[in-house]
Design a protein around this ligand. Structure first.
Ligand SMILES: Cc1cc2nc3c(=O)[nH]c(=O)nc-3n(C[C@H](O)[C@H](O)[C@H](O)COP(=O)(O)O)c2cc1C
Length: 209
C-alpha cells in the first residue's frame, strides 16, 4: 500500500483549472489503487506556522550546529512534524496556479517550512547540494492565465514551472511529471479544451504513476 500526498494550492475551489485536473487525476488513481492512502493538504485551508521568531532562530541554530533554546526546540518540532508528514509519502501530487509569474505565497510558505538542511537536503564542500527526498514520483499540475510555452513572447516570464522544477530537484526529486493548462484568462475556451483533454488522459497518467 502506498501513501500519496496531494498538495493542493489554488483557493478557487471548483472554478480552479489546476484543481480540476489534479482532482481528476486523484480520482482516477484512487479507482485504480483502492487500497492506497491519499492525504490532501489544502494549503489555503490549513494552518501553516509563521516562519519567524523562535522558528527562524531555531533554523539558524541548526545551520550553525548550535543548541536550540527550549522555545526554539518547541517551534522547531512543528517544522519537523511538517517535514515528517511530507517525507512519509511514497508519491506526490502538486497542483498550483501561476501568480505574478511565480507561485502563490502559500506554496512558498509551505516550501519554506519543508526545505531544511539535514532534513530535505544536505550540503558539503566536496559534494555540493544533495537532495534527500529520492526515488519517489511527483505529478505536477500547473494552471496559468497566459501562455509561456517555448517560442512564445513571454517564455522567460515563466518562473512558475522553472522554480517548482528547480526546488523539487534541489530536494531530490528526479521523476517529475508536469502537465500544464493555459491560457486560462487569455483564451478560456482553448484552456477549457486543454483541461478537458488532460482530464481525458488522467486514467492513463494515473495508471503509469
Ligand atoms: C494573484 C494572482 C496573480 C496572477 N498572476 C498571473 C501571472 O503572473 N501570469 C498569468 O499568466 N496568470 C496569472 N494569474 C491568473 C492565474 O494563473 C489563472 O487564473 C489560473 O487559471 C489560476 O489557476 P487556478 O485556475 O487553478 O486557480 C494570476 C491570478 C491571481 C489570482
Amino acid at each position: 500500500m502506498s501513501k500519496v500526498l496531494y498538495i493542493k494550492v489554488s483557493p478557487r475551489g471548483k472554478r480552479s483549472y489546476s484543481n480540476a485536473v489534479a482532482d481528476a487525476f486523484i480520482g482516477a488513481y484512487k479507482k485504480q489503487h483502492p487500497d492506497d492512502e491519499v492525504v490532501t493538504l489544502d494549503l489555503f485551508n490549513m494552518e501553516l506556522p509563521a516562519f519567524d521568531g523562535d522558528t527562524i532562530d531555531a533554523k539558524y541554530a541548526v545551520m550553525h550546529s548550535e543548541k536550540q533554546t527550549p522555545e526554539q526546540r518547541e517551534a522547531w518540532r512543528t517544522v519537523e512534524d511538517f517535514i515528517e508528514e511530507f517525507k512519509s509519502a511514497d508519491k506526490y501530487v502538486l497542483s498550483t496556479p501561476m501568480w505574478n509569474f511565480g507561485i502563490p505565497y502559500r506554496l512558498k510558505h509551505y516550501l519554506d517550512i519543508l526545505i531544511q538542511p539535514g532534513y530535505t537536503f544536505t550540503f558539503s564542500p566536496e559534494e555540493g547540494y544533495k537532495g534527500l527526498v529520492t526515488g519517489k514520483p511527483i505529478a505536477v499540475f500547473y494552471a496559468r492565465g497566459g501562455e509561456y510555452s517555448p517560442g512564445t513572447n513571454y517564455q522567460a516570464y515563466d518562473l512558475q514551472t522553472k522554480y517548482v522544477d528547480l526546488i523539487l530537484r534541489f530536494i531530490g526529486f528526479t521523476d517529475i511529471r508536469p502537465s500544464i493548462v493555459d491560457p486560462t484568462l487569455m483564451n478560456p475556451s482553448l484552456a477549457g479544451q486543454r483541461r478537458d483533454e488532460l482530464i481525458g488522459r488522467v486514467p492513463e497518467l494515473a495508471a503509469a504513476f
